[in-house]
Design a protein around this ligand. Structure first.
Ligand code: GTP
Ligand code: MG
Length: 505
């Protein structure tokens, strides 16, 4: 393409221009010769001139014809190339969102440098090759995954994984507690701490600086409340814990439920300040509501962090009062006393999270010598996981990432899945292929029951992916049902519900 113009110009100067000059010279010569003999040899000379003209014109036309033929051949070649390209484009459309994801995995590679598309007047965008995406293949035998997953469950060679939803009344200090814990465990560095402290101070929200580790959106930071579940991973001596920091405000209960539905255990944070604990624990308070919700979603173990004890001067009586109010309610909600534990903490100052050797911890040290919060979390036991059952992956969130395409997040409830596996999306008839599996920390080849992961999918249009849909194996889908039994939890109602009453979801 770059060289086609100079070559054409060169051809014109080297071949055609001299020919035209010769043509003009011969014409002049023939006229000069013809003049003296004009009358006598008029016919003869005229014919000679005509012949000369014809000869030169023939050469000129032949050159022109050759040039035209070459151009036509190029056009034909380019048209063939273009039709091959458009057939490539239609193949990628079949792949649905795969093309839109913009991920770099070209299916066809065509050497466009060899093609001269100039004659087609295509602009560069039209001529660009359409990038298609080859779905990855399954590479690991199912038996091998099952073997490795079983080893991980037993904690052989690696830490057991547990997911933990952080719940409690609004402003109990959930995000502050988790942010500070990240710092104490070395997951948040000093630079980040200082940056959060400065930036939160600038907008007059310095008391929320620890919470900023989890409250990441501008709106959350400006309003000083958590609105959606934020996820991070932390390591305790024996466990790898996925933290799901849920919102406490009642407006965001659906988001809290989405977090709780992905959790094995719960960390309930309560504010020990006088009047604050009571506000969360009374009817309609989120301490009560969250506990009922997590239990009904299958969570059986709960750690209660009694927070903000600095506000009551680390008063032991207040701590015990709170524990005594909560214990019967926990039993009533369905938590076994064996599976509940209590720990006094000061989230802001980091007291009794990982250690309590700070000066400010002295009043607590005077009456408490039990485990720290991390000790308690390290004792959480993951529930049994059904590895051999068919895959069930309820979608908690759907989004489109610029680099990797369509993504769904959630927890593998049962079975094992791997990169390259084709899954059915229920309800509906659509299928998708797993392009990659990600956790917060790493990229995986496979994931097993109990893992909270992000699946990047290919060969699916994102319109078919909805929160609440379930991914299943294509040959082992959730059976269809015409009736089902639901357990409905009713919180505050004004009028009693009677048989036959119509309800809206
Ligand atoms: N005095 C004192 N204040 C605390 C402590 N922990 C948290 N706070 C304050 O409590 C307020 C609320 O903290 P957050 O961490 O945002 O509370 P939250 O439970 O995450 O709130 P939502 O997620 O919106 O329900 C902030 O102003 C914190 O500074 C503590 O140990 N002592
Ligand atoms: Mg919060």
């Amino acid at each position: 393409m770059l060289f086609s113009m100079p070559v054409a110009a060169l051809r014109w100067h080297i071949v055609l221009l001299p020919q035209r000059l010769i043509f003009q010279l011969r014409r002049l010569l023939s006229h000069l010769l013809a003049l003296p003999f004009h009358l006598a040899h008029r016919t003869l000379v005229w014919r000679f001139c005509q012949c000369t003209d014809l000869w030169i014109a023939t050469i000129y036309l032949a050159a022109k014809e050759r040039e035209k033929a070459q151009k036509l051949a190029q056009q034909k070649k380019a048209a063939e190339a273009s039709s091959r390209l458009s057939s490539g484009a239609s193949t990628s459309k079949k792949g649905g969102s795969a093309k839109k994801s913009g991920s770099a995995a070209p299916v066809r590679s065509m050497d466009t440098r060899a093609l001269d598309l100039s004659a087609l007047n295509l602009n560069p965008q039209d001529a660009a090759p359409v990038v298609d995406e080859l779905p990855p293949k399954m590479t690991i035998a199912r038996e091998k995954i099952l073997e490795e997953a079983a080893k991980a469950l037993e904690g052989k060679g690696q830490k057991k994984t547990v997911s933990l939803v952080v719940i409690g009344h609004v402003d109990a200090g959930k995000s502050t507690l988790m942010g500070r814990l990240m710092y104490e465990l070395g997951k948040m560095d000093e630079r980040k701490r200082i940056a959060n402290e400065r930036a939160s101070g600038k907008i007059g929200k310095s008391s929320f600086s620890w919470a900023w580790e989890f409250d990441g959106t501008t709106e959350e930071r400006e309003r000083g409340i958590t609105m959606d579940v934020a996820t991070q991973t932390m390591m305790t001596p024996n466990k790898q814990i996925t933290i799901l920091d849920a919102p406490g405000h009642k407006d965001f209960i659906p988001n809290m439920i989405s977090g709780a539905s992905q959790a094995d255990c719960a960390l309930l944070v309560v504010d020990s300040a006088v009047g604050e604990f009571e506000a969360g624990f009374q009817r309609g308070g989120q301490t009560r509501e969250h506990l009922v919700l997590v239990r009904s979603l299958g969570v059986a173990q709960v750690v209660v962090a009694v927070n903000k004890l600095d506000q009551v001067n680390w008063n032991q009586t207040r701590y015990e009062e709170i524990c005594n109010l909560l214990k019967p309610f926990l039993v009533q909600t369905g938590f076994q006393p064996m599976k509940t534990s209590f720990v006094p903490v000061g989230a802001m100052t980091g007291i009794n999270l990982v250690k309590r050797d700070q000066e400010e911890a002295a009043p607590l040290e005077a009456w408490y010598n039990g485990p720290t919060l991390v000790d308690q979390l390290d004792r959480l036991e993951p529930p049994s996981r059904d590895l051999t059952a068919p895959v069930r992956f309820p979608i908690s969130n759907v989004y489109k990432s610029q680099s990797s395409g369509t993504a769904v997040t959630g927890r593998v409830c049962s079975g094992v899945l791997q990169v390259g596996e084709k899954l059915r999306i229920l309800p509906g008839d659509e299928t998708a292929i797993i392009k990659s599996i990600q956790t917060e920390a790493e990229s995986l080849q496979w994931a097993a029951a109990g893992s909270n992961v992000t699946l990047y999918l290919t060969a699916i249009d994102p319109v078919h992916l909805n929160i609440g849909s379930v991914l299943c194996p294509i040959n082992d889908i959730i059976p269809l049902a015409t009736t089902f039994t639901a357990r409905v939890i009713i919180f505050d109602i004004q009028v009693p519900i009677t048989a036959g009453a119509s309800v809206s979801p």
